[in-house]
Write a protein that binds this ligand. Sequence first.
Ligand SMILES: *Cc1c(COP(=O)(O)O)cnc(C)c1O
Length: 338
Amino acid sequence: MTIDFRSDTVTQPTKGMLDAMMKANVGDDVFGEDPSINELETYAASLFSMEEGLFCPSGTMTNQIAIKCHTQPGDEVICDESAHVYQYEGGGIAFNAGASVKLLSGDRGRITAEQVAESINADDNHKAHTSLVCLENTSNRGGGSCYDFDEIKKIRKVCTDNKLALHLDGARLFNALVAKKETPKQYGEIFDSISICLSKSLGCPVGSILLGKKDFIKKARRVRKVFGGGMRQAGFLAAAGIYALKNHVSRLAEDHTHARLIAEALSKKDFVMNLLPVETNIILFTTAAPYTAKSVVQRMKENNIIGYAIAATKVRMVTHLDIRPEMVQRTIETIKHL
Ligand SMILES: *Cc1c(COP(=O)(O)O)cnc(C)c1O
């Protein structure tokens, strides 16, 4: 048996989720006639006290639609240098929105209100027009780090004072909510748009939701069509999403405990350097010479544990729905003997 820690995207749908999918009522969503998608969008929006939701195939698409809707070509977007929207979306900010990016050097993926304020371009013809700030919570490259909500409030104020839109890449927002005992409504009140992924820690096969005001979602729905993301009887996927939002959120605490236990075992090993604090379900460490990420991942693999070399000397391990307590025990025992 191999234990796969590469990502929380490797999960299989659970029995309950598959049953919900099989029973879904569906219709043509491009005509707005899929009852399961309509239910998912309404339910997600109500969880966050936001006006409307839009179901999309991926988190890359929800982020890119949001960026396109909040900016004009030539505008500038502010985000952390490690942000998914910049690093892992194929240059989409430039390709889809024609916007440029101001990268900030945050703390484990988290930027501050002060940094944002300093990086807004002056109202000057020479400068790109700053129009959007993107935050990521939890931060993927930050090792699953969570924002301090007070800092988000301060960033909101800077955005309001300077007429900037504020978007949240919440691919793993539910991990942050569970870890910090926060509520979706707190986030819904403060952001202009939020993207959440159903296919990450929530265990769905496909899907992300973009949330925002009515006018914003109307525009987003149009952009989704332009990006080729209009789907037909996708209610089978939405049914999985509804099931996940109702059944797979509070259990995330278990993934967080598992990640902490594994990190504790790793922290005692000589091949591990600079292990980032484990706040949620992501473990990220630098390998100490002469070891490399590749050699460490290879050694683990020989013992049926699959990690992910995300850089020459960086290894990531992610806990998820399909990692059971006995697998964590076996992983810890294996790490002890590596
Ligand atoms: C995974 C991820 C996304 C979106 O990914 P898709 O694979 O396109 O669904 C966006 N932001 C972050 C931080 C992610 O980890």
